[in-house]
Design a protein around this ligand. Structure first.
Ligand SMILES: [Zn+2]
Length: 395
């Protein structure tokens, strides 16, 4: 097959300055050349027109199977919201979960997203990512706030991982996700982390998202504490902060992705940096649920690998990584910083930056093109998307 020469008004490699009238050459699943069109080597021409051609964007935190529940529980406070959401998901059939996951991926593709980091207690997002040809990590969620449930939860996780792992592909990997401090005991956190290290699986966990969660972890108080006590579970202080609780349970490490991290103080940030964890920040979701905003500038100053995530469509109204990056960085951020966070930042946080996140020879041909001069307040729609050289969207 001859090389494909993708020509665009602007090529935005992220790894270097924009190239006016640029070309990206793709051989098979890899990028083989990036530069000005006038200097491009031979190949078959594909004119993308008046677009910005960039690396595919990375959605560093999704719950694709919840896409169908968009807007269903707007206005509920966090504790009631998460209970309503969990009950609604339990009522969905495997087919509905798969369909909902596929709808989420198609929406993501239209927003130029080529990589999804998804957490779910079922294999629907994993299957949908495989079917639709996108790149991703499907972190299998595990729950168990009662230490007495630990062995049972671990058995279920091992069975689920053993069933999906043989079906991993070059694009879609399996990980594990102890859900959150209010739904996972210390014992289960440390067992899942040990399992992930042994099996070399990436790990993701929701962390330091709400005030209720911080109250539970640091003092054994608040809405989650009351709920857990009502189920006969012993609740006490578990650590100075959620981050320190995870450190104590040996969850923090280079394979760990920490989702949210809204309530991180300077000591927590030093701890996250020391263990070289990635962070997925979800500013629109945090705002919708009234959790406040994460200390993104401090994360970046500490050089913590940081990506942006939409979170589920039950706490967001769309997947727009440029918008998430603008919300995370603030209005004064440069366009370069916004795009870097939306593409390379997520790749770094997921430890995939050796494969994706920039347009450079040798990297995977995950590409997205966006109309030039699009109104930045409107959702950012892509006109062309490819993953590993395969075209998935072409308007
Ligand atoms: Zn989430």
């Amino acid at each position: 097959m001859p090389s494909a020469r993708y020509h665009a008004r602007v090529v935005r490699p992220i790894s270097g300055p924009d190239i006016e009238n640029g070309t990206v050459i793709v051989d098979g699943n890899l990028i083989s050349w990036v530069g000005p069109r006038a200097d491009a080597p031979e190949g078959s021409d594909i004119e993308l027109g008046d677009v910005i051609l960039s690396p595919g964007l990375v959605n560093a935190h999704t719950h694709l199977d919840l896409t169908a529940l968009r807007g269903r529980f707007n206005g509920l406070e966090f504790f009631a919201w998460i209970r309503a959401l969990t009950a609604a998901r339990q009522a969905m059939s495997p087919e509905e979960l798969l369909e909902s996951s596929g709808a989420g991926i198609r929406e993501g593709l239209q927003a130029g997203i080529t990589t999804f980091a998804d957490t779910a207690p079922n294999d629907a997002p994993f299957e949908a990512m495989r079917e639709l040809g996108v790149r991703g990590i499907a972190y299998r969620e595990v729950f168990g706030p009662d230490p007495r449930q630990c062995a049972e939860s671990m058995d279920a996780l091992r069975v689920a991982v053993a069933a999906t792992r043989p079906r991993e592909t070059a694009l879609v990997r399996v990980g594990v996700s102890p859900h959150a401090p209010y739904s996972v005991s210390d014992e289960l956190f440390s067992e899942v982390a040990a399992f992930a290290r042994r099996e070399r699986l990436p790990l993701a966990t929701h962390l330091a998202e709400s005030e209720d969660e911080s109250n539970l972890v640091s003092r054994g108080e608040g809405a989650f504490a009351t709920f857990l006590r009502g189920r006969g579970i012993e609740v006490g202080a578990r650590g100075r902060t959620p981050v320190e609780m995870l450190e104590k349970n040996q969850v923090l490490g280079a394979n760990a992705l920490l989702i949210h991290c809204v309530r991180c103080d300077p000591r927590d940030i030093v701890t996250i940096e020391k263990h070289w964890c990635g962070i997925a920040t979800c500013p629109a979701s945090n705002r919708t649920l009234g959790h406040g905003s994460a200390p993104v500038k401090a994360f970046l100053t500490a050089k913590i690998p940081l990506g942006v995530g939409s979170d589920s469509m039950a706490s967001n109204d769309g997947m727009d990584m440029q918008r998430e990056a603008r919300l995370a960085l603030g209005a004064q951020a440069s366009e370069h910083a916004v795009w870097e966070l939306a593409a390379l930042g997520g790749a770094r946080a997921l430890r995939l930056d050796h494969l994706i996140g920039t347009l450079e020879p040798g990297k995977q041909a995950d590409l997205a093109a966006f109309p030039l001069g699009a109104n930045s307040s409107a959702p950012t729609r892509a006109t062309f998307v490819a993953v590993a050289g395969r075209v998935l969207l072409d308007d």
